[in-house]
Design a protein around this ligand. Structure first.
Ligand SMILES: [Zn+2]
Length: 399
């Protein structure tokens, strides 16, 4: 096969190869379009009267890391019907664009594979503006293609996004995770009830499909889920319930160590041991905990409630769990410790949601995993300024 035929096959389908030049890293391909007639964009009549010619320069996707520049000799036609003059269109190149669609797709490929967008800029020999524009445009197009309705199970969670200069506060974003298809459904700026209601999730259809909503112990998300998905069952995440008492345990432990002047120069494992499930510990570890707990009756009481919660989550069956939970909250009412009473109030207000875990065994683990991924994307990009771009990138990487 001659070089001419090879080059012709690499060109856009509408174009015919004329000649080529090589200058350093560039390869200039001269070409033109061949067609018997063109259609007038104004009045849609056939037109074959050539008015004049213009030369346009278009950047195409590189071949073997050589930059390809298409020099196209375009015809201008004069319409007989409406007397307007127009340029012939070329498939694969949008009107008024100086780069081909293929080149933009190539930039997107680089942007998703390379470390950062600066490298893409260097590789494609183009401006930062073009890289950003092409990248986010392509992502948007891709996401529009794979639109779907709400799934059966979703998870809701929030994570920090950026420090707002005006309000001096950290802005949060809320993510909706699709558990059935294992992907991110949507990202919304803000975490308040109003922000969630008045956002892009309104465009997603089929909210009556949602049967399970998994949330952490956030009252805002619960009220939102109750309002927006009235048929759904709300499930409180297991991990968030079990870690509820952890801060107070740590506080009391520090107090005991300070009051009794315990030497903590060596690494003291008691902070880890106090939070572990007792049945998985060795005998000497249990003894160590018991000796430590003798120093503070307050901590001792809290420790045993914590252990009961761990045991509670190992129960199988909804009815059995319900009985144990009611017994636990009833016994908590007898205590004089105000903080334990406040925990009791939390448990009672989340009664149905906590028990719903036992009929589905669903947790917020997947949502937290996607949060981890979101943080990684933020770090790799050294932070985002535009929420729109962040949303596109996040949705695209969590497909
Ligand atoms: Zn016309």
């Amino acid at each position: 096969m001659s070089e001419k035929i090879v080059t012709q096959q690499l060109l856009l389908p509408d174009l015919r190869f004329v000649k080529q030049e090589r200058v350093k890293n560039f390869r200039y391909i001269y070409c033109e379009k061949v067609s018997d007639f063109e259609v007038c964009p104004k009045c849609a009549t056939k037109c074959s009267t050539i008015y004049d010619h213009v030369n346009v320069t278009i950047k195409d996707a590189p071949i073997r890391s050589k930059i390809i520049i298409l020099k196209i000799r375009k015809r201008r036609f004069c319409c007989k019907n409406c007397k307007s003059i127009f340029r012939e269109p070329v498939g694969g190149i949008y009107k008024r664009f100086r780069t081909s669609e293929r080149f933009r797709r190539h930039l997107m490929w680089c942007a998703s594979k390379f470390m950062n967008l600066k490298e893409v800029q260097k590789h494609g020999d183009c401006s930062a503006w073009l890289v950003y524009k092409a990248y986010y445009q392509q992502i948007e197009r891709e996401l529009r293609r794979c639109k779907s309705s709400w799934p059966k199970t979703i998870g809701i969670d929030e994570h920090s996004f950026l420090r707002n200069d005006k309000t001096k506060r950290v802005d949060f974003v809320t993510v909706f995770i699709d558990y059935n298809n294992k992907r991110m459904k949507d990202v919304v700026l803000g975490k308040s009830h109003g922000d969630l209601l008045d956002s892009s999730i309104q465009k997603i259809e089929g909210k009556e499909n949602v049967k399970n909503v998994i949330v952490d112990l956030s009252p805002t998300f619960r009220t939102f889920a109750q309002e927006y998905f009235p048929q759904a069952r709300i499930i409180a995440d297991r991990f968030h319930v079990t870690k509820l008492m952890h801060p107070l345990i740590h506080e009391l432990r520090r107090k005991v160590i300070e009051d009794n002047k315990i030497d903590i120069k060596r690494r003291n494992p008691i902070n880890r041991l106090l939070l572990r499930y007792r049945k998985t510990l060795y005998c000497h570890q249990r003894n160590a905990i018991d000796t430590f707990l003798e120093l503070s009756p307050e901590l001792k009481e809290l420790y045993w409630y914590q252990q009961r919660i761990y045991r509670f989550y190992r129960i199988k069956g909804y009815n059995k769990a319900r009985k144990v939970f009611i017994r636990l909250t009833d016994e908590m009412a007898k205590t004089k410790n105000k903080q334990i009473l406040s925990y009791r109030n939390t448990f009672r207000s989340w009664h149905d949601e906590i028990l719903n875990y036992f009929s589905t065994k669903l947790t917020n683990g997947r949502t937290e995993g996607y949060n981890r991924k979101a943080k990684l994307i933020q770090r790799c990009a050294y932070g985002f300024r535009s929420f729109k771009n962040y949303r596109l990138k996040l949705l695209y990487s969590c497909q």
